[in-house]
Ligand binder design. Structure first.
Ligand SMILES: Nc1ncnc2c1ncn2[C@@H]1O[C@H](COP(=O)(O)OP(=O)(O)O)[C@@H](O)[C@H]1O
Ligand SMILES: [Mg+2]
Length: 232
């Protein structure tokens, strides 16, 4: 185990080709330590989601170096890539991505099903994650019948079911009212503080960003150096 969970050097991401090419990341470099909470902060279109998708191995960078736990991720392909992603990361997205007519428990245990975990073990770990989010009484309900806040807690339970070392949250409170959003935020920061899960939150919410240990500010595909900002 290395102290640095991510080492990122001169990372670039270009969408499209030729005349339609758009460079969404123009060379970003930073490190993230195990157990940190990090906000990726910036205006809409600045490249936040692109950076998160590259870090989470959902999208390959066009160039640059990305190491996860000391391993160069550019060498990972196919099955190995999926296995690392499934084992290491939990995802909490704004749009929930729940299957509406499946039960809460089925939604939560989907990553385990993908990983080939047996039905009884899926049930055991799914119920444990639901208990952690105080949703075990909703296990048999259809996801479609839940409130927004309950849905986001189901998403967090699903993110936890694989025991991830890193949780990625993209605008996790974007679809929630402020009271419900605050509850979801507290849950994420508790997981960071108590379980040592590295938390990487994409947000344009300055207050949420301020709760994180560190802020990576991005503008037009580049990190803004805050020390320069202050000096300017
Ligand atoms: N698949 C894509 N194809 C082309 N351009 C894209 C694609 N995804 C994002 N972009 C562009 O890249 C820039 C950064 O997008 P994104 O990372 O989603 O920003 P943010 O999350 O900060 O709003 C935007 O200008 C966006 O239009
Ligand atoms: Mg985005």
């Amino acid at each position: 185990m290395t102290q640095q969970i991510f080492t990122v050097h001169d990372l670039r991401k270009t969408y499209g080709h030729g005349q339609n090419a758009f460079e969404a990341l123009k060379g970003v470099s930073f490190t993230i330590d195990r157990g940190e909470s990090i906000a990726i902060l910036g205006k809409s279109g600045s490249g936040k989601s692109t950076l998160m998708h590259v870090l989470a191995l959902l999208d390959a960078p066009t160039s640059g170096k990305l190491s996860l736990d000391g391993v160069d991720t550019t060498s990972l392909r196919g099955k190995n890539l999926n296995a690392v992603r499934n084992k290491t990361f939990g995802f909490v997205f704004q749009q929930f991505f729940l299957t509406p007519n499946a039960t809460v428990l089925e939604n939560v245990t989907l990553p385990l099903k993908i990983a080939g975990v047996s039905a009884s073990e899926r049930r055991r770990r799914g119920m444990e994650a639901l208990r952690q989010l105080e949703l075990d009484d909703k296990a048999k309900n259809k996801a479609v019948n839940l409130s927004g806040g309950q849905k986001q807690r189901v998403v967090i339970a699903r993110a936890l079911v694989n025991n991830p070392s890193i949780i990625f949250a993209d605008e996790p409170t974007g679809n929630l009212d402020s009271a419900t959003g605050a509850v979801v935020e507290d849950i994420l920061f508790d997981l960071n503080a108590q379980n040592g899960i590295t938390l990487i939150v994409v947000t344009h919410d300055e207050e949420l960003a301020a709760r994180c240990d560190r802020q990576l500010r991005i503008r037009d595909g580049l990190l803004v150096d805050e020390t320069l900002e202050v000096a300017a």
